[in-house]
Design a protein around this ligand. Structure first.
Ligand code: ADP
Ligand code: MG
Length: 296
């Protein structure tokens, strides 16, 4: 018996209508194989459905990567963990004190989300993102804060989370505009769709941006609900220029660190080291990376 006792053209139209492109593309080949090898009907159906789901996941991740505006090429695979002091493999997942950095720790904080379909999960991470906890990355310019935060963002997206990477001043500028349009609340609410907001270079906030306090409102709105990853080349003690007054600085820091993992990346600038190595080996010095958005 052949499988062509149905109207193939109508089936293709129906699969279009149902928005099942993977099944539409695959069913003729799968059906032929099923007939040849005598698959049970349930096996054919399940194989087609699995492919549709996998394809849908792939497209969603692709879409989320575009929306996240990550730094191109900055991945965990291209990050040299030996350049930052590792504290060993057994660091706790969430602490309130400063920490060194290990690859194992980064792997732990980028584990798959609970929302992912069970069959697609490799390891159900005890997720800090889902709980609205934060990561704070401190260190002087050039030590890899932006690279690492973008790479963490990418790993989380691949594991089913939604992420937005932005320079802090760019986002604050947008929120200031929203405030002028009397739409600050809804602008902040729109950012709720991102499980993680990466604010790069918080210390580069200008005086005028600090005075509007939109950043404080953002931090307060996300507190204990949605996660943030913040990079800074200034310790908390110097954060008074980021907010309108010391009381607000204290309140903001208090909310940020309440459920936070803090990394201190106090190592030599990777950029400077790379330039020196290039000079030493007689090769032309690699100029500053264009994707490096650090003005310092
Ligand atoms: P920061 O944000 O701390 O100023 P960046 O993340 O912009 O530093 O890093 C500066 C440059 O050096 C980037 O091109 C980045 O990819 C590279 N870099 C920094 N640290 C590392 C590292 N540990 N491994 C690989 N590349 C690194
Ligand atoms: Mg940076």
């Amino acid at each position: 018996m052949t499988s062509i006792d149905i109207d193939a053209a109508r089936l293709t139209l129906a699969l279009n209508e149902l928005r099942l492109p993977a099944i539409k593309a695959l069913w003729p080949r799968f059906a032929e194989q099923a007939d040849k090898e005598g698959w049970r009907a349930a096996r054919l159906l399940s194989a087609l459905v699995e492919h549709e789901l996998a394809e849908r996941d792939r497209r969603r991740v692709e879409r989320h990567i575009v929306q996240a505006r990550l730094l191109p090429g900055k991945t965990l695979a291209t990050f040299d963990f030996t350049a930052v002091p590792a504290l060993g493999e057994t660091v706790p997942r969430t602490v309130s004190g400063p920490l060194g950095l290990s690859k194992a720790h980064i792997n732990a904080i980028t584990a798959p989300s609970r929302r992912m379909r069970a069959f697609a999960c490799r390891a159900m991470g005890d997720s800090w993102v889902g709980k609205g906890a934060n990561i704070l990355l401190f260190g002087p310019p050039g030590v890899g804060k932006s690279h690492l935060s973008s790479a963490i963002g990418l790993a989380l997206i691949e594991n089913g989370y939604r992420v937005l990477f932005t320079r802090t001043t760019d986002l604050v500028q947008k929120l200031q505009q929203a405030r002028r349009d009397l739409a600050l609340e809804s602008a902040i609410a729109k950012l709720d769709k991102f499980d993680l907001l990466i604010l790069d270079d918080i210390a580069y906030i200008t005086k005028d941006q600090a005075e509007t306090s939109v950043l404080f409102e953002l931090i307060s709105a996300r507190y204990e609900r949605r996660s943030m990853l913040i990079t800074a080349n200034q310790p908390f003690g110097a954060w008074n220029t980021i907010f309108p007054d010391p009381a607000m600085t204290l309140a903001a820091v208090d909310r940020l660190v309440h459920h936070a993992t803090i990394f201190e990346m106090n190592v030599e600038s990777y950029r400077r080291k790379a330039a020196q190595n290039a000079k030493g080996s007689g090769r032309p010095t690699k100029t500053a990376d264009t994707s490096d958005n650090n003005a310092a």
